[in-house]
Design a protein around this ligand. Structure first.
Ligand SMILES: C[S@@+](CC[C@H](N)C(=O)[O-])C[C@H]1O[C@@H](n2cnc3c(N)ncnc32)[C@H](O)[C@@H]1O
Length: 291
């Protein structure tokens, strides 16, 4: 690739406990990302509950935290530090999820990227070996190990897979075995039909019993509909609470299953840092439960 620059992310230079270094390709597309309003060139601070997680789980002193994060992931394809947000922490189902994960339920973070929610759940008492993360891009798993200093200690399992691939390792290993799936900032990457396909894979992955749970948050919009030519990708569909409920009704009809959808609308704090957003955008939180 002529215009690609090899970027060596050597963890945290002044710490002897660095466990690995991760090679990441910075491409011309990454450079392009710098022009968008959501790209942040630097990090001002780490907010709770991630601050406590990095301090007590990863043993990174408070005054060295920003330097550490910038050392692991300073490149623009993760340009707004979204990987420092524990997405599940703000879910209405968080207390239930934590209780279920302490007593043996199996959990998948679908499209987990660096896997920050998995570390948070372990820190809060979830049984690590029952936690799985999956993403299209396995290099994110390596960055997660670098960020949290847990390559040799983490007992959760990461599986690189394309969610649309029926023959994937994810489907082969976990179909019908999971109790809870978290899919944060994922459905909104796709158009309506692809979102239906993702939802059907979720149905296959979850145990076919009442109480199986999908939770997540993503960008919603008060003006639901298809958007063409977005900043970073092909056509996408932005939902309001009504259209996302309708999508799950369609999935229920087409899979012979029934789902109860609890979908809420929240204000995004720093809307300008979100890709493909406008003044109608809001943060959608959802809890989709099999009846
Ligand atoms: C916006 S990030 C969200 C990351 C994480 N869930 C979070 O909220 O911090 C979207 C993630 O989806 C992954 N992804 C995109 N297409 C995918 C696919 N077809 N199958 C699995 N993961 C995919 C990307 O690699 C990326 O890590």
């Amino acid at each position: 690739m002529a215009d690609a620059v090899e970027c060596s992310l050597s963890g945290y230079p002044e710490r002897e406990m660095v466990e690995s270094s991760t090679q990441v390709q910075i491409t011309s597309k990454d450079a392009l990302n710098r022009q968008f309003k959501w790209y942040k060139a630097s990090l001002e601070g780490v907010k709770e509950p991630t601050r406590t997680l990095l301090e007590r789980y990863s043993k990174i002193p408070d005054d060295q935290m920003v330097k550490h994060v910038m050392g692991v992931a300073p490149y623009p394809c993760i340009g707004s530090f979204r990987f420092l947000e524990i997405t599940i922490y703000n879910s209405a189902a968080y207390p239930e999820i934590l209780a279920r994960l302490k007593s043996g339920d199996k959990y998948l973070d679908l499209a987990c990227a660096l896997g920050q929610d998995i570390r948070h759940l372990i820190f809060k008492g979830a049984i690590p070996s029952n936690l799985y993360g999956s993403d299209l891009r396995p290099e994110f798993f390596n960055l997660g190990y670098d960020l949290f200093f847990d390559r040799s200690t983490l007992k959760a399992t990461f599986i690189a897979s394309d969610i649309f691939d029926d023959t994937s390792a994810l489907l082969r290993q976990l179909a019908g075995k999971l109790d809870i799936i978290n899919a944060a900032s994922f459905f909104h990457l796709f158009d309506w039909d692809s979102q239906v396909s993702v939802a059907k894979q979720v149905v296959k992955l979850l145990r076919p019993v009442s109480g199986s749970l999908l939770v997540g948050r993503h960008s919603g919009n008060v003006r639901p509909g298809k958007r063409d030519g977005s900043e970073l990708r092909g056509p996408i569909y932005r939902h309001d609470t009504v259209s996302f409920r309708r999508l799950w009704e369609q999935v229920g009809r087409e899979t012979g299953t029934e789902w109860e959808a609890d979908i809420t609308e929240e204000k995004w704090e720093d809307l300008q840092t979100h890709a493909d957003s406008d003044e109608g955008a809001f943060k959608m939180q959802y809890v989709i439960r099999r009846v």
